[in-house]
Design a protein around this ligand. Structure first.
Ligand code: ADP
Ligand code: ASP
Ligand code: MG
Length: 437
């Protein structure tokens, strides 16, 4: 069984939705995971913000605009009156639901219900389209099997058992369609896997049922060796190891959701990154054996980082100090990305600042605390094993004209990361690209 995930641009308009059929082979048993139509989730975020801010008029105007876009999409997608009618009823149902929320009782629960509508719409539209052209498919409701626990971690056993049960009930079907991104949380409420989460859905499905391959179909021919939105002349990478891909995704390569490599890696399911606009292009294969020896593979950047420095003379020759610092972050469920230490100070970075005031206050018990916002982690991924040499100096040489706040090397065999102010990101990415490739 294969898992095929199509992102927002791959279902971006009626023509693209129809073109998916050129990629899908309906004879083969597969699960197709769809994102919302490009731009929809952003619009739903705006609508939610308008509701939350008490601006019902703004919410109504945005709802009407998005509704109009879907009316146009339906007019183009379906050839028959019946198709048009089904499409119209579907869209009206979802937009009536969105419009039914009130600014008064608008909590994160209502927000997540609104955010889920994009994937619910795209998958049903595709299912209706396949039905219209005479292709049998089965909708698998993600809300019936995709579940996260109280720490927002996926419940793999639950996902596997529920999905297998659903597949068993429809053993006469080959082609299954399900929603990316959306899930249920530990309270049973509608929730999501964070922005870009459809990749994560595909990986969780592929991992939990032991798929042969997970294909991530998007608008570019694989993982490039730098961010193509910022640097000119980037190239696709044919093979990557799970570790290399995980570092790149985690440290900002937008083509993959940050957590999406881990489930596939844990259950050793290869992941292929492919281009919907150029289906014949080889793309990138991410697998156990994808690493290359002695080369720099790719560069990525992650914005929105906050650096915290704790300076304490009590740290000198003390033990148990780091544990107590880490416990503060653990209490506030705030992950740490990078760490560097000296005898009297420790610097670390976080990207979740929800509990920063509380964390800062508690860290104040250990010594002086200094916070820097608007930082970016630049991550260079390659083969930097113990038997290699010279890479750190090449990387640092490329950024010698830029102030670097932190450097992390040796944490793993394939990552050199640096922290710098976000304003220097573009220059750092370009300079590293010119020097390293
Ligand atoms: P989808 O909607 O299909 O999930 P995304 O927009 O999330 O697509 O991801 C694809 C985009 O990721 C590409 O269009 C590209 O601009 C961006 N991107 C950023 N870094 C990289 C990289 N290293 N390699 C390839 N694409 C990248
Ligand atoms: N539609 C969601 C988003 O825009 C999920 C995804 O596209 O992966 O974030
Ligand atoms: Mg994406």
């Amino acid at each position: 069984m294969k898992i095929l995930k199509f992102g927002g641009t791959s279902v971006g308009n009626a023509g693209r939705i129809k073109a998916l059929f050129n990629i899908i082979n309906p004879q083969e048993r597969q699960i197709v995971v769809l994102s919302a139509v490009a731009g929809t989730t952003n619009s739903l975020v705006e609508i939610s913000q308008a509701f939350a801010g008490g601006d019902k008029d703004k919410a109504s105007a945005s709802i009407e605009m998005l509704h109009g876009q879907y009316d146009a999409l339906i007019a183009e997608l379906f050839a028959t009156d019946e198709g048009q009618q089904n499409g119209k009823e579907l869209i009206d149902y979802h937009f009536n639901l969105i419009a039914s929320f009130s600014s008064h009782l608008f909590t994160p629960i209502e927000e997540k219900i609104i955010l889920a509508q994009g994937e619910l719409i795209s998958t049903t539209l595709f299912h209706f389209y396949l039905t219209e052209i005479g292709v049998r498919s089965k909708l698998l409701p993600a809300l019936d099997f995709m579940k996260i626990d109280e720490d927002n971690e996926p419940k793999i056993d639950f996902i596997r058992d529920s999905l297998n049960e659903l597949l068993l009930q429809s053993s006469d079907h080959n082609l299954f369609i399900t929603q990316g991104y959306i899930c249920r949380n530990s309270f049973g409420e509608i929730d999501n896997l964070r922005r870009g989460g459809s990749d994560y859905t595909a990986s969780l499905i592929g991992a939990s049922i032991g798929a042969d391959e997970i294909q991530i179909w998007t608008d570019i021919d694989g993982m490039h060796n730098n961010d193509p939105r910022i640097v000119k002349g980037t190239n696709p990478i044919a093979n990557l190891s799970f570790d290399e891909a995980a570092e790149l995704a985690y440290f900002g390569a937008k083509i993959l959701h940050p957590q999406s490599v881990f489930p596939a890696q844990r259950f050793n399911v290869p992941v292929r990154l492919l281009n919907t606009m150029e289906p014949q292009a080889p793309g990138t294969l991410i697998s156990k054996s994808g690493a290359a020896k002695g080369v720099v593979r790719s560069i990525a950047a992650k914005d929105g980082i906050t650096a915290i420095r704790i300076h304490s003379s009590r740290m000198l020759l003390a033990y148990g100090f780091l544990r107590r610092v880490f416990e503060v972050f653990e209490r506030y469920k705030t992950p740490i990305d990078m760490i560097t230490t000296s005898e009297v100070a420790i610097s670390l970075t976080i990207d979740e600042t929800k509990y920063l005031p509380e964390i800062e206050k508690e860290l104040g018990d250990f010594g002086s605390v200094h916070i820097d916002r608007d930082q970016t982690i630049i991550c260079v991924v390659g083969d930097f094993g113990l038997d290699t040499h010279g890479y750190a100096s090449r990387v640092l040489d490329a950024v010698k004209h830029i102030p670097v706040r932190m450097i992390s090397y040796g944490g793993s065999n394939y990552n050199i990361s640096m922290l710098l102010q976000t304003e220097y990101k573009v220059e750092a990415l370009r300079s590293l690209h010119n020097r390293l490739f």
